[in-house]
Design a protein around this ligand. Sequence first.
Ligand code: PNS
Length: 166
Amino acid sequence: MPTVVAIYPGSFDPPTNGHLDLIQRGSRLFDRLIVAVLRNAEKQPLFTPGERVAMLAEIAQGLSNVEVLEFEGLLVDFARQCGAQAVLRGIRAISDYEYELQMALMNRRLAPRLETVFMMPAEAFSYVSSRLVKEVFELGGSVTGLVPPRVEARLQAKMRDLGARG
Ligand code: PNS
């Protein structure tokens, strides 16, 4: 039987329960799922790539076919290095579609045999994004239930850290 390896790429700054939901779904569908954290020098992330990898590895701990890695450069090149046949992406709402379509078609142009597979997270997470989680948390709102408890603890520690330095 052929083994199907998929890559689930993203910024994951920070990982949310929507991401976790997709990781769980992907781990049931694919033989191996590689969660790939983009090391992006352009954005101003709250968490370092290493911290994001550590959080994702913690929350995916029970899923034996999931591993978490960092990547930089083109996703299609990283997918080739990993021997992946598919890219997994989540679509929450119609507003995600245009950007996702552009990326999927560009990736198809670059690597015609790499398929992008879209999955929908549970509707309870359809409005949850890393950007909003950060904004709400930074302004003192509760993000309980929107991110895994370990991620919430790390958000608290990060804010304490930044507060102490700022
Ligand atoms: O969570 P995000 O920020 O929506 O994820 C975007 C990501 C990491 C999937 C995308 O920016 C990406 O694949 N970047 C790697 C560089 C690349 O391959 N760019 C061309 C993609 S069409």
